[in-house]
Write a protein of this length. Structure first.
Length: 525
């Protein structure tokens, strides 16, 4: 039988082997052990097997923690996207089309690799970490409903695939509570590398923390943020136009800085002698007239910039000001500059709401709120805004669909062409007897995008103050097909993966290249 290793598995293997090579260089894995791991990975038949071997060979020496790994179930069944025509809808063929995938997010990520490898700009996830999130695993660490080993084991292979999906400048955000934050951050450090850590945001999750509990009143949750590679532009919390800023701060080291006389504008006049000391100490005799000093001069004080930075700023057009005989020097950059985000996310500074706001938002769309702590739309909008581009945004723990609505609202506000891709299991519970997708996620998206539900009804509160957010929605189920037969070539629709309709031979080749376990090649025809 001719080798039918798929493009996807080959690329995943290459990345896993590259990571192992890095661990050799970092003296985390002995070369002989690494060579065996690489050989095992090279000879695997599936992505799942390759990731499991890499995971079992991970010592976590880099971050210093360990957990008992629980591996994904092995199967040779082929999983693929099947269009759900009942839940999909098109309003305008020229409008942005978004995607909702129903099923296990591990299978969703594997299928997304076919079309979106290296194309996702932002990933936001809110994994199940709280009490009652996963009822199957009760009585566990910190009284959570999911054991930490299960949480980390579940996240590891998904994060490996998520990194494959991120663009070179892509960013991933992960909401997590204070009990699991340290452990999940350690896992992210392993998968995305510590050097790619950007921030550990603290989000003010509630305005009314419980006051009668035996523990402290918890007001914050965390949002971890990692980049996939070097982001030269950084994160941006908006644009500042003009405005001056202090160059002095009492906490800065004392430095002596020489200023070019043409780079400093004075609002005072007169002669000032060497040794004159107020907010700074003057180390040069100067005469100031008409806003200018007669010569270059030196100041000594608590400067936040070094001489090298000051010289660079002068070349870039930054102007310095001394407005009084206190000699408290300030600076102003020309044009626009990016405002750096704070690591605190709250309503006052960032306009980001709380869980209470998220609950109200969901109730206005879906009358019976079945989520205890839904994230507010404003939180996701704020995080996406930090990246500040026309983006493809992925959420593979989509839940109620907050990320989808956040993307739609941003597009409506600024005319952007962002696309969301959501993935969630259709979990059936007492409160979602038809499954969470049918009872909440798809219903929410349909209502805010079109202004009506699938049954044509429009009597929900959100409609009273809002207009439809527009856009189209493709909904895919994750279907299964037996391998070693003609069925994969008949049932898998290549157009659902951004591929033009193919002829028979081209279709066979495409399926073999992109799906594991298909055993037919052109030579078999």
């Amino acid at each position: 039988m001719k080798d039918t290793t798929t493009n996807n598995i080959r690329k995943v293997k290459d990345d896993l082997i590259t990571e192992i090579d890095k661990r050799i260089a970092d003296k985390i894995i002995e070369k002989t052990n690494a060579d065996l791991l690489k050989k095992l990975i090279t000879n695997t038949d599936t992505i799942n097997e390759a990731i499991m071997i890499a995971e079992l060979g991970t010592t976590y020496k880099r971050t210093g923690f360990h957990f008992d790994k629980r591996l994904e179930k092995m199967t040779d069944t082929i999983k693929y996207f099947k269009k759900n025509n009942e839940l999909s809808f098109v309003q305008d063929k020229n409008a942005q089309t978004h995607k909702l995938i129903i099923g296990d997010n591990y299978d969703a990520l594997l299928n997304l690799l076919i079309e979106y490898r290296g194309k996702i700009d932002v990933i936001y996830i809110d994994p199940p970490y709280g009490k009652d999130s996963m009822g199957e695993f009760a009585q566990t660490n910190y009284n959570n409903a999911i054991t930490r080993d299960n949480l980390l084991s579940m996240l590891y292979p998904r994060l490996v695939l998520a990194r494959q999906l991120l663009s070179d400048n892509g960013v991933i955000f992960c909401s997590i509570d204070d009990k699991n934050q340290a452990y999940v951050k350690g896992l992210f450090d392993e998968v995305f590398e510590e050097s790619n850590f950007l921030a550990n945001f603290m989000w003010n999750k509630t305005a009314t923390p419980p006051s009668l509990g035996k523990d402290i009143r918890k007001k914050y949750e965390y949002v971890l943020c990692y980049q996939n590679g070097k982001r030269d532009e950084g994160l941006s919390a908006g644009i500042i136009v003009g405005g001056d800023m202090p160059l002095l701060n009492s906490g800065n080291p004392i430095r002596t800085i020489k200023f070019n006389k043409d780079s400093v504008i004075f609002k005072i006049n007169g002669e000032f002698k060497d040794g004159y000391k107020k907010k700074t100490q003057l180390l040069t005799n100067i005469n100031i007239a008409n806003g200018k000093a007669d010569k270059d001069f030196e100041l000594r004080g608590n400067f936040k910039w070094t001489q090298e930075t000051v010289d660079k700023e002068v070349k870039n057009g930054t102007v310095f000001y001394i407005k009084s005989n206190e000699f408290s020097i300030r600076y102003e950059r020309e044009g626009e500059r990016k405002k750096k985000p704070s690591n605190i996310i709250n309503k006052e500074e960032c306009g980001v709401g709380t869980n209470e706001d998220g609950g109200k938002e969901l109730i206005s769309i879906i009358e019976n709120n079945i989520f205890d702590n839904p994230k507010p739309i404003s939180l996701i909008k704020y995080l996406i805004g930090l990246v500040n581009r026309n983006l493809i945004i992925l959420d593979f723990f989509a839940g109620s669909g907050t990320t989808g609505q956040a993307v739609l609202e941003l597009n409506k506000e600024d005319g952007g062409k962002r696309q969301f891709i959501l993935a969630t299991a259709n979990e059936i519970t007492d409160t979602t007897p038809n499954g969470i997708v049918n009872d909440v996620t798809s219903k929410r998206l349909k209502r805010v995008m079109t202004g009506e539900c699938y049954d044509g009804s429009k009597d929900f509160k959100w409609n009273e103050k809002n207009k439809p957010l527009d856009g189209n929605l493709d909904v895919y189920d994750i279907a299964t097909v037996a391998p070693y037969s003609d069925e994969p070539f008949e049932k898998i629709d290549e157009t659902l993966y951004g591929q033009e309709k193919l002829g028979v031979k081209e279709k066979i080749k495409w399926v073999c290249e992109n799906f594991e376990n298909t055993q037919k090649t052109l030579e078999d025809e």
